[in-house]
Design a binder for this molecule. Structure first.
Ligand code: FE2
Ligand code: FE2
Length: 289
């Protein structure tokens, strides 16, 4: 089974009405005008979409941050792009998404359930949520996002953590566990720590829950716009993978960061992780995750 994971897409809309700025969105739009739009290139989407189709995944996931300031127009663009891709996948392919903090950027966007309205058939209103990918792979989705006027932090809370512990206990031995959540559980050695106001407030409790399960877990996330794969020292049973941002350009990734691929063997055996990355000459190449 091949699973493709898209990270932070961050579709955006620049032209908005003045009354849409009476919120944290004023800050987000200022950042968008001054900075973000120079680096996020929605024009890369057709190439990303077409390469996902070339890879013909059995399941397609997204780790959230479809939008930038959770405007209705951004959700329309993002859900149209996503739906257009999903409908071209092979008929039996599954698709699932979790929200990112930018998809609940303002209290109004969360109250009006704009994310659920846009992605309802591919997401959940109950968290954690569980989906089967094939017969033996359990995908558990988490949602720590909440509108926050001051920063970009997330919080799972005791109830979601407690239900997650139960979910993990109930997965039959021998089955695989994937967790999809927008926020990372730390950063690999050599990269600077995430700022407190940007991360998951209950990361320590989450890592404890993952470690206590004793089960091999692949934890897939986004939020920090840089692909990586590592194992946190306090949870040696966990592989944490950052899917990266497909439409974010930089010196290292002049055509975007590509997307994550997970190959899961039908029977027992190790899953394989790789990334599809633009090769700079109009093609794509395999890269390390
Ligand atoms: Fe993001
Ligand atoms: Fe984020």
């Amino acid at each position: 089974m091949r699973i493709v994971v898209l990270g932070d897409l961050h579709f955006y809309q620049l032209a908005i009405w003045p009354w849409q700025l009476f919120s944290k969105r004023l800050l987000g739009q200022a950042n968008l005008w001054l900075n973000r739009r120079r680096h996020f290139k929605p024009s890369l989407w057709p190439s990303v979409r077409d390469q996902v189709l070339v890879r013909a995944p059995d399941a397609l996931l997204c780790s959230g941050d479809f939008t930038t300031t959770a405007l209705p127009g951004e959700f329309r663009t993002a859900s149209t792009a996503w739906a257009g891709l999903v409908e071209k996948l092979k008929p039996c392919a599954g698709a699932f998404v979790v929200p990112g903090n930018h998809d609940r950027y303002t209290f109004a966007s969360a109250r009006k359930h704009l994310f659920e309205a846009a992605f309802g058939q591919w997401t959940s209103r109950e968290w954690p949520t569980q989906r089967m990918l094939g017969d033996r792979t359990h995908l558990i989705g988490l949602d720590p996002t909440r509108p926050n006027p001051f920063n970009a932090s997330g919080h799972l809370g005791d109830e979601q953590l407690s239900k997650l512990r139960t979910c993990l206990q109930e997965v039959p031995v021998g089955h695989r566990i994937l967790i999809l959540c927008h926020y990372p559980i730390g950063t690999p050695e050599g990269l600077s720590d995430e700022e407190a106001g940007h991360g998951l407030q209950d990361t320590t409790a989450l890592i404890k829950a993952l470690a206590a399960s004793g089960r091999p877990i692949t934890y897939i996330h986004g939020h920090i716009h840089w692909p990586w794969k590592w194992t946190p020292p306090s949870a040696p049973n966990v592989i944490a993978i950052n899917a990266g941002a497909p439409m974010l350009i930089s010196n290292r990734y002049p055509q975007g960061q590509g997307f994550l691929e997970i190959e899961i063997p039908d029977e027992s055996g190790e899953a394989e992780y790789s990334r599809q990355e633009p090769d700079g000459e109009g093609g794509w190449q395999n890269a390390s995750p």
